[in-house]
Write a protein that binds this ligand. Structure first.
Ligand SMILES: NC(=O)c1ccc[n+]([C@@H]2O[C@H](COP(=O)([O-])OP(=O)(O)OC[C@H]3O[C@@H](n4cnc5c(N)ncnc54)[C@H](O)[C@@H]3O)[C@@H](O)[C@H]2O)c1
Length: 435
């Protein structure tokens, strides 16, 4: 039985708090694809395929032909930033895309100007900007955001909206009392509680407005009991945290492979150099701490050392990020992996990933927006674990360990799509040779 999925016709507005490198690379990329000057490489919704039925049936359509997704020709963008630069200027500053391509897209990109941000330097100490909202309380700031959202929807004639946090990584904040219930959170918003950072105010505003919310950074944002219950109550799908790109993408590809061969790992040292604004923000130890927690959890969850003590109990895992301006957005992620095999004999693997951070992240933002819209049209609400595929630190129900293995994540995503369309799930577990 297929789920009833509401129509994907009409305009989808993608709202982005934070119009920096990732957001502008996404927006420019979508316009470039729509103009036929580029292809949506790296995007699961645009280029991914899905097998339907037995292997012998040879039926593997594009995902977007299998299930009704918003057409990227019908997408409009909006966003907030503490800097006044329009999307064209911000993309030039980010230095990710070449000037020639940006010039071709200049009129469209220039037309997107950031709305005034909800920003407090306390939570991102390395940034300072003037395009910032003012109000006596955090609740009033949330009300202003809610008004922005409604105005954007009317002005752009949108049928539906989604919000994806592409703002900077905030300082490390642990879940506390004010995060536990909607009532406490709302009281905290009225009393300017310090444990409510800007990203949480955006998440609250989106969910209150009935808009799906994804968090691309590792800060808590919507990952608190109060916002999870508000999302359930308002029929809003949410997910997070921290886009899975670069080094962690490699880790979640390599680690499951080593584990499946019962190879031991003695140590995994990961270091990164990057020189973009994200790198500058992560140069602050409090913001780095948020990122570190997100990056460190991955190996534990994949390798399950408590279940395989001989192989992983002594694993030494270290993650470093260093700000190094000459590289700009072109990050270098270097891994040294000390593994051991039969009779304990040691071996080493070195990975040197010369990647482009925003080139890897941009398609994930598009996929999250498009899949969250699908989730809402399919009447799904609360945490969307099937979207773990896109995250370093997937948001899960309390007490449930996240799945980090990218291949298990892919299977969960694809089976959710099959379930929504009422076709048989594929588990690769059947005994029939056609499975
Ligand atoms: N690029 C990747 O591969 C990747 C992977 C995982 C996570 N992320 C996260 O995605 C986010 C965006 O990355 P980026 O490279 O575009 O960074 P960036 O610094 O280029 O852009 C972030 C933008 O957010 C703005 N901002 C900060 N706080 C804001 C607020 N409260 N309201 C509105 N705007 C705000 C900043 O002014 C900046 O323009 C970062 O948190 C980063 O850690 C990126």
């Amino acid at each position: 039985m297929s789920t009833t999925i509401k129509s994907a016709e009409g305009k989808l507005g993608i709202l982005l708090p934070g119009l920096g490198a990732v957001a502008t690379t996404l927006i420019a990329g979508v316009y470039a694809v729509n103009k036929g000057i580029s292809k949506p490489i790296g995007s699961t919704t645009q280029m991914g395929t899905i097998r339907v039925g037995k292997r012998t049936e040879n039926n593997t359509p594009l995902i977007k032909d299998f299930i009704p997704l918003a057409d990227i020709k019908n997408v409009v963008f909006g966003g907030w930033d503490l800097f006044e630069d329009n999307v064209y200027q911000s993309a030039v500053n980010a230095g990710v895309l070449d000037r020639y391509t940006l010039e071709l897209l200049k009129p469209e990109l220039e037309a997107i100007k950031p709305m005034k941000a909800v920003f407090d330097k306390k939570y991102v100490t390395k940034l300072d900007g003037s395009n910032v909202k003012k109000a006596a309380t955090k609740m009033e700031l949330a009300d202003q955001l809610r008004q922005d959202i409604r105005d954007f929807k009317t002005k752009n004639n949108c049928d539906r909206l989604v919000m994806v946090w592409t703002g900077s990584t905030e300082i490390y904040i642990q879940e506390s009392e004010v995060h536990q219930t909607i009532e406490k959170l709302e009281e905290g918003l009225r009393n300017n509680d310090d444990n409510i950072p800007s990203s949480m105010i955006y998440a609250y505003a989106a969910i209150k407005e009935g808009i799906p919310y994804a968090n691309g950074a590792p800060n808590l944002s919507a990952d608190i009991p109060a916002l999870v219950s508000l999302a359930k109550q308002n029929n809003v799908p949410i997910c997070g945290k921290d886009f899975k790109t670069g080094q962690t993408l490699m880790k979640t590809i390599v680690a499951p492979g080593l584990k499946t061969r019962s190879l031991g790992i003695a140590g995994w040292f990961s270091t990164n150099i990057l020189g973009n604004r994200d790198g500058a923000v992560l140069d602050d130890p409090a913001s780095f701490k948020t990122k570190e927690v997100s990056k460190l959890s991955v190996l534990e969850d994949i390798l399950e050392p408590e279940k395989h003590p001989d192989l992983y109990k002594d694993l030494y895992h270290k993650v470093r990020i260093d700000y190094y301006p000459p590289r700009g957005d072109n990050k270098e992620g270097w891994d040294n992996i000390d593994i051991f095999g039969w009779m304990g004999y040691p071996m080493q693997i070195k990975i040197d990933f010369l990647c482009r951070d925003s080139i890897l992240a941009a398609p994930l933002v598009l996929d999250l927006a498009i899949f969250l819209d699908l989730a809402q049209r399919s009447n799904m609400s609360g945490i969307q674990e099937w979207l773990s595929f896109f995250f370093k630190s997937p948001q899960t129900k309390k007490g449930v360990h996240p799945i980090h293995d990218i291949f298990k994540q892919e299977m969960k995503l694809q089976n959710t799509l099959r379930h929504l369309q009422g076709v048989e799930l594929i588990t690769f577990l059947g005994l029939d040779y056609e499975d």
